[in-house]
Write a protein of this length. Structure first.
Length: 197
Protein backbone atom coordinates (compact mmCIF):
# COMPACT_ATOMS: atom_id res chain seq x y z
CA UNK A 1 0.00 0.00 0.00
CA UNK A 2 1.17 3.53 -0.72
CA UNK A 3 0.43 6.93 0.90
CA UNK A 4 -3.30 7.19 0.22
CA UNK A 5 -4.11 3.68 1.40
CA UNK A 6 -2.06 4.03 4.59
CA UNK A 7 -3.78 7.34 5.40
CA UNK A 8 -7.20 5.83 4.64
CA UNK A 9 -6.50 2.75 6.77
CA UNK A 10 -5.34 4.98 9.64
CA UNK A 11 -8.60 6.91 9.42
CA UNK A 12 -10.54 3.66 9.09
CA UNK A 13 -8.93 2.33 12.27
CA UNK A 14 -9.17 5.70 14.09
CA UNK A 15 -5.42 5.97 14.61
CA UNK A 16 -2.97 8.78 13.84
CA UNK A 17 -2.62 9.52 10.11
CA UNK A 18 0.84 10.99 10.58
CA UNK A 19 2.07 8.09 12.71
CA UNK A 20 0.84 5.53 10.20
CA UNK A 21 2.55 7.30 7.30
CA UNK A 22 5.73 7.55 9.39
CA UNK A 23 5.98 3.77 9.04
CA UNK A 24 7.45 4.20 5.56
CA UNK A 25 10.29 6.31 6.95
CA UNK A 26 10.83 4.91 10.47
CA UNK A 27 13.49 2.21 10.34
CA UNK A 28 14.68 -0.15 13.06
CA UNK A 29 13.03 -0.92 16.40
CA UNK A 30 9.63 0.66 16.92
CA UNK A 31 10.54 1.45 20.54
CA UNK A 32 13.39 3.69 19.31
CA UNK A 33 10.85 6.11 17.81
CA UNK A 34 8.73 8.74 19.65
CA UNK A 35 5.91 7.21 21.71
CA UNK A 36 3.23 9.11 19.79
CA UNK A 37 4.29 7.38 16.55
CA UNK A 38 4.74 3.83 17.80
CA UNK A 39 1.21 2.46 17.31
CA UNK A 40 1.03 3.92 13.80
CA UNK A 41 4.41 2.47 12.82
CA UNK A 42 3.38 -0.93 14.20
CA UNK A 43 0.08 -0.82 12.30
CA UNK A 44 1.86 0.27 9.10
CA UNK A 45 4.15 -2.75 9.36
CA UNK A 46 1.22 -5.14 9.87
CA UNK A 47 -0.46 -3.72 6.76
CA UNK A 48 2.72 -4.07 4.67
CA UNK A 49 3.38 -7.61 5.90
CA UNK A 50 -0.13 -8.83 5.02
CA UNK A 51 -0.05 -7.05 1.65
CA UNK A 52 3.28 -8.67 0.75
CA UNK A 53 2.29 -12.16 1.89
CA UNK A 54 -1.34 -12.35 0.74
CA UNK A 55 -2.12 -14.88 -1.99
CA UNK A 56 -3.93 -12.31 -4.14
CA UNK A 57 -1.02 -9.87 -4.21
CA UNK A 58 1.49 -12.68 -4.72
CA UNK A 59 -0.51 -13.91 -7.73
CA UNK A 60 -0.74 -10.36 -9.08
CA UNK A 61 3.01 -9.87 -8.71
CA UNK A 62 3.65 -13.14 -10.56
CA UNK A 63 1.49 -11.89 -13.46
CA UNK A 64 3.92 -9.03 -14.17
CA UNK A 65 6.48 -9.67 -16.95
CA UNK A 66 9.85 -11.07 -15.88
CA UNK A 67 11.65 -7.77 -16.52
CA UNK A 68 9.28 -5.93 -14.12
CA UNK A 69 9.38 -8.44 -11.25
CA UNK A 70 11.66 -6.29 -9.09
CA UNK A 71 9.45 -3.24 -9.54
CA UNK A 72 6.16 -5.16 -9.31
CA UNK A 73 5.60 -4.76 -5.51
CA UNK A 74 6.03 -0.97 -5.81
CA UNK A 75 3.81 -0.84 -8.90
CA UNK A 76 1.09 -2.81 -7.10
CA UNK A 77 1.20 -0.37 -4.17
CA UNK A 78 0.86 2.61 -6.54
CA UNK A 79 -1.86 0.95 -8.63
CA UNK A 80 -3.84 0.06 -5.50
CA UNK A 81 -3.71 3.72 -4.44
CA UNK A 82 -5.03 4.59 -7.90
CA UNK A 83 -7.91 2.13 -7.47
CA UNK A 84 -8.70 3.50 -4.01
CA UNK A 85 -8.77 7.07 -5.33
CA UNK A 86 -10.78 6.08 -8.40
CA UNK A 87 -13.49 4.34 -6.35
CA UNK A 88 -13.04 6.47 -3.23
CA UNK A 89 -16.76 7.03 -2.61
CA UNK A 90 -17.22 3.30 -2.06
CA UNK A 91 -14.66 3.24 0.75
CA UNK A 92 -15.11 6.55 2.60
CA UNK A 93 -17.98 8.84 3.59
CA UNK A 94 -16.06 12.07 2.86
CA UNK A 95 -15.24 13.27 -0.67
CA UNK A 96 -11.58 12.61 -1.50
CA UNK A 97 -10.80 16.34 -1.81
CA UNK A 98 -12.04 16.93 1.74
CA UNK A 99 -10.19 13.90 3.12
CA UNK A 100 -6.97 15.00 1.36
CA UNK A 101 -7.20 18.49 2.84
CA UNK A 102 -7.71 17.08 6.33
CA UNK A 103 -4.88 14.56 5.84
CA UNK A 104 -2.39 17.25 4.79
CA UNK A 105 -3.36 19.35 7.83
CA UNK A 106 -2.97 16.38 10.19
CA UNK A 107 0.41 15.51 8.69
CA UNK A 108 1.62 19.08 9.12
CA UNK A 109 0.45 19.09 12.75
CA UNK A 110 1.92 15.72 13.78
CA UNK A 111 5.02 16.32 15.95
CA UNK A 112 8.24 14.31 15.77
CA UNK A 113 7.73 12.83 12.29
CA UNK A 114 10.84 11.44 10.56
CA UNK A 115 12.77 14.22 8.83
CA UNK A 116 12.37 12.74 5.33
CA UNK A 117 8.59 12.68 5.73
CA UNK A 118 8.53 16.24 7.09
CA UNK A 119 10.43 17.42 4.02
CA UNK A 120 8.00 15.60 1.72
CA UNK A 121 4.73 16.89 3.23
CA UNK A 122 4.81 20.41 1.66
CA UNK A 123 5.40 18.89 -1.79
CA UNK A 124 2.70 16.28 -1.25
CA UNK A 125 0.25 19.05 -0.34
CA UNK A 126 1.31 21.57 -3.03
CA UNK A 127 1.16 18.97 -5.81
CA UNK A 128 -1.93 17.36 -4.22
CA UNK A 129 -0.61 13.82 -4.55
CA UNK A 130 -3.65 12.20 -2.92
CA UNK A 131 -5.96 13.64 -5.58
CA UNK A 132 -3.49 12.99 -8.43
CA UNK A 133 -3.89 9.23 -7.87
CA UNK A 134 -7.43 9.39 -9.27
CA UNK A 135 -6.37 9.74 -12.91
CA UNK A 136 -4.32 7.48 -15.16
CA UNK A 137 -2.01 10.41 -15.95
CA UNK A 138 -1.53 11.03 -12.22
CA UNK A 139 -0.66 7.37 -11.67
CA UNK A 140 1.80 7.48 -14.59
CA UNK A 141 3.44 10.63 -13.19
CA UNK A 142 3.81 8.91 -9.82
CA UNK A 143 5.41 5.85 -11.44
CA UNK A 144 7.86 8.14 -13.28
CA UNK A 145 8.69 10.04 -10.09
CA UNK A 146 9.32 6.83 -8.14
CA UNK A 147 11.50 5.44 -10.95
CA UNK A 148 13.70 8.56 -10.74
CA UNK A 149 14.22 8.08 -7.00
CA UNK A 150 15.49 4.49 -7.10
CA UNK A 151 19.11 3.47 -7.71
CA UNK A 152 18.20 1.39 -10.78
CA UNK A 153 15.44 3.21 -12.71
CA UNK A 154 15.73 0.69 -15.55
CA UNK A 155 13.72 -1.82 -13.47
CA UNK A 156 10.68 0.38 -14.27
CA UNK A 157 11.17 0.18 -18.06
CA UNK A 158 7.71 -0.22 -19.64
CA UNK A 159 5.95 -0.07 -16.26
CA UNK A 160 3.25 2.44 -17.22
CA UNK A 161 2.04 0.47 -20.24
CA UNK A 162 2.13 -2.80 -18.33
CA UNK A 163 0.13 -1.43 -15.39
CA UNK A 164 -2.49 -0.05 -17.79
CA UNK A 165 -2.65 -3.38 -19.64
CA UNK A 166 -3.12 -5.22 -16.33
CA UNK A 167 -5.83 -2.79 -15.16
CA UNK A 168 -8.62 -5.39 -14.85
CA UNK A 169 -6.44 -7.88 -12.94
CA UNK A 170 -5.28 -5.10 -10.61
CA UNK A 171 -8.84 -3.93 -10.00
CA UNK A 172 -10.08 -7.45 -9.21
CA UNK A 173 -7.21 -8.03 -6.77
CA UNK A 174 -7.74 -4.64 -5.13
CA UNK A 175 -11.50 -4.98 -4.75
CA UNK A 176 -11.13 -8.46 -3.24
CA UNK A 177 -8.18 -7.71 -0.97
CA UNK A 178 -8.73 -4.14 0.25
CA UNK A 179 -11.96 -4.71 2.25
CA UNK A 180 -10.10 -7.50 4.10
CA UNK A 181 -7.26 -5.09 4.83
CA UNK A 182 -9.74 -2.52 6.17
CA UNK A 183 -11.17 -5.14 8.54
CA UNK A 184 -7.71 -6.29 9.65
CA UNK A 185 -6.57 -2.72 10.32
CA UNK A 186 -9.43 -2.29 12.81
CA UNK A 187 -8.63 -5.65 14.47
CA UNK A 188 -4.90 -4.84 14.69
CA UNK A 189 -5.69 -1.50 16.31
CA UNK A 190 -7.39 -3.38 19.14
CA UNK A 191 -4.47 -5.83 19.29
CA UNK A 192 -1.65 -3.25 19.38
CA UNK A 193 0.99 -4.39 21.91
CA UNK A 194 0.64 -2.33 25.09
CA UNK A 195 4.24 -1.09 24.88
CA UNK A 196 3.32 0.85 21.70
CA UNK A 197 0.26 2.56 23.20
Amino acid sequence: MNFLAHLHLADNSKTSLGANLAGDFAKGNISDHPKALQQGIWLHRQIDALTDSHELTKELKAAFPKELQRAAPILIDLAFDHMLAKYWDEYHHQPLAQFAKTAYQQLENTPALPEKLNLLIPRMRDENWLIAYQSRSGLNQTISAVAKRVSKPEIFQGAQKTVEKMDIDIEIAFRTFYPQLMAYSRIWTRQTPTEYL
